[in-house]
Unconditional design. Structure first.
Length: 204
């Protein structure tokens, strides 16, 4: 009976990612808009005033705030704060696969339709400018793939004497894939490119 009571606590909970309570959570929106009968993807170029990743291409989005109901609310709030689009302007919102990075972050991407650019009001503190790319470009163009190697390096106080192999322990090396799309004179890479490739693979 005691064991049954104990296991009931496990059965009642919803499993998630172990240790994720310490992760930072972000959400982004892949904005789609029809221009002259063709579907385009709207991108931002981050303000050169920002400390992190100035001048890089990205989707609207950012870190989840405690008052955000869920990741979708974060994506919509950030899109409004950065580009001025109101929640009512964005329709057919759907989630894509979320991404867990090896650096302690979870990113929740969404895709949605923006009906018009009339409400576009760029927040110059965060966004330098925006541009659109025909969705067909990504459907017809495979990204260039490059790799980043991540090496684990224990700190000076690491207790080597407590593990089999000690200082000769064979740490696992991780190879991270990075996607690059080149459109005109613009480079779309990193998380933004990974999300874009994922979306294109879904709609094939």
């Amino acid at each position: 009976m005691e064991l049954e009571k104990l296991l009931s606590k496990v059965k009642e909970r919803k499993p998630f990612i172990l240790g994720s309570e310490t992760f930072s959570r972000y959400a982004v929106l892949v904005p789609l808009i029809e221009i002259q009968g063709e579907i385009h993807v709207l991108f931002e170029v981050r303000s050169l005033l920002l400390r992190r990743q100035p001048g890089e291409v990205c989707f609207p989005g950012g870190r989840m705030d405690p008052e955000d109901k869920d990741p979708m609310a974060t994506a919509l709030r950030e899109t409004h704060e950065e580009l001025g689009f109101k929640k009512q302007t964005i329709s057919q919102i759907a989630p894509l696969d979320f991404l867990v990075s090896p650096f302690g972050t979870i990113v929740y991407p969404f895709v949605g339709e923006i009906g018009t650019l009339d409400e576009l009001k760029i927040n110059k503190n965060e966004v330098d400018h925006v541009f659109t790319v025909p969705l067909s470009f990504f459907q017809n163009k495979k990204p260039d793939i490059h790799y980043i190697h991540v090496k684990l390096e224990p700190g000076p106080e690491f207790p080597y004497e407590s593990i089999v192999g000690g200082k000769e322990y064979k740490w696992q090396l991780r190879k991270m894939e990075e996607c690059f799309y080149y459109y005109k004179d613009l480079v779309i890479w990193g998380l933004t490119a990974r999300v874009m490739r994922h979306f294109v693979n879904i709609i094939k």
